[in-house]
Design a protein around this ligand. Structure first.
Ligand SMILES: NC(=O)c1ccc[n+]([C@@H]2O[C@H](COP(=O)([O-])OP(=O)(O)OC[C@H]3O[C@@H](n4cnc5c(N)ncnc54)[C@H](O)[C@@H]3O)[C@@H](O)[C@H]2O)c1
Length: 311
């Protein structure tokens, strides 16, 4: 198969492209290598992917996706986005542009090229202040608390529209805090490991009392790959699925685990709750597990040890 992955130099995009290449598929990657959290790690991921002969890369902004002259693309997996709740408060227009307008361009491209299958990244951030746990996909997502969450909810609406009007099959994935090797340096696990190794201070919002459902990246890409295999046998589909770890951990306990694994400690500053952060996230994965039968779930301890080993 030929798979177009947007955001292929990104964290999840890199792992997903690696899996498809390992399974001997052709991967077309597109990424603008924007400076969202530093280009160094993106280039490192890209240099790994470039070792594979079935990988072709376009360094391009998604707004120019029309310039891609690849024929017979079987699936688009759209992961390129501005990701990050806090940054979306400072740069709302950038998020609307990169996450909404570019998603329209992507669906228009699929329409023009006759590409029938589009998967895309949504986020647990769509649950905002709904406060129902574990979160199931049928919860009303009308209480967004970040511009980022709003853009992801809008992506789901766009997918519904392009499916209803043009018959493009879609699956949206509500990822719950993803971590793993080659991970994002701007997310908690990356920040904690770096701070401990460099003896820097760590700031914990809400005094470390928030809870998060962490999902190991191999479980994420394994589920997406299983969705591709499953949909090969279905003519029409339009779905939204959670993918989470289905366990939640208090952030100060997470830090304790990371301290134990790295055998280091550092100064912690406890600060007040950030309005943009929900106090808790916890996924219910029953829908996707029923769909794919993929049930692998890496424990947080096992996952953190793998991250530490990769540093
Ligand atoms: N990592 C998580 O915990 C998490 C959780 C929920 C949802 N998501 C979503 O999953 C997707 C992948 O996340 P990630 O953690 O790999 O993020 P990432 O930032 O590592 O990857 C996104 C990639 O998209 C690229 N990009 C951004 N704007 C672009 C544009 N206009 N044109 C071309 N490329 C562009 C970036 O350069 C980056 O490499 C994103 O859509 C994100 O919102 C991630």
């Amino acid at each position: 198969m030929k798979i177009l992955i947007t955001g292929s130099a990104g964290f999840i995009g890199f792992h997903l492209a690696s899996l498809f290449l390992k399974k001997k598929h052709t991967v077309i990657g597109i990424d603008n290598l924007c400076k969202s959290y530093g280009v160094k790690v993106k280039k490192k991921r890209l240099s790994e992917l470039r070792k594979q002969k079935n990988f072709k890369f376009y360094k391009k902004d998604l707004k120019f996706i029309n310039q891609i002259k690849e024929k017979k693309i079987d699936y688009i997996i759209h992961l390129a986005a501005q990701a990050g709740v806090r940054l979306s408060q400072d740069k709302p227009e950038l998020f609307i542009n990169d996450n909404i307008l570019n998603t329209v361009k992507l669906f228009e491209f699929a329409k023009k090229e006759g590409i029938k299958n589009v998967f895309y990244a949504s986020s647990s951030s769509v649950y905002g202040n709904s406060n129902l746990y574990p979160s199931t996909e049928d919860i009303n997502i009308n209480k967004p608390i970040s511009i980022y969450g709003i853009t992801k909810g809008c992506n789901e609406d766009l997918a519904y529209y392009y499916n209803y009007v043009y018959g493009i099959n879609t699956i949206g994935f509500r990822f719950f805090t993803v971590y793993g090797p080659y991970g994002r340096p701007d997310m908690s696990i990356g920040i904690f490991f770096k701070a401990l190794l460099n003896k820097e201070k760590i700031s914990l919002f809400n005094n470390g009392n928030n809870y998060r459902d962490y999902t190991y990246v191999d479980d994420i890409v394994g589920q997406i790959y299983s969705c591709v295999l499953r949909t090969l046998k279905i003519k029409k589909y339009n779905k939204v699925f959670n993918i989470g770890g289905e366990k939640t951990i208090q952030i100060k306990k997470l830090l304790n685990l990371i301290e134990k694994i790295s055998k280091r400690k550092t100064k912690v500053i406890f600060s007040k709750k950030n309005k943009l952060d929900p106090v808790k996230s916890l996924a219910d994965n029953s829908q996707i597990k029923k769909f794919t039968n993929f049930k692998k779930s890496t424990s947080i301890l096992e996952g953190l040890k793998k991250v530490y080993k990769s540093l």
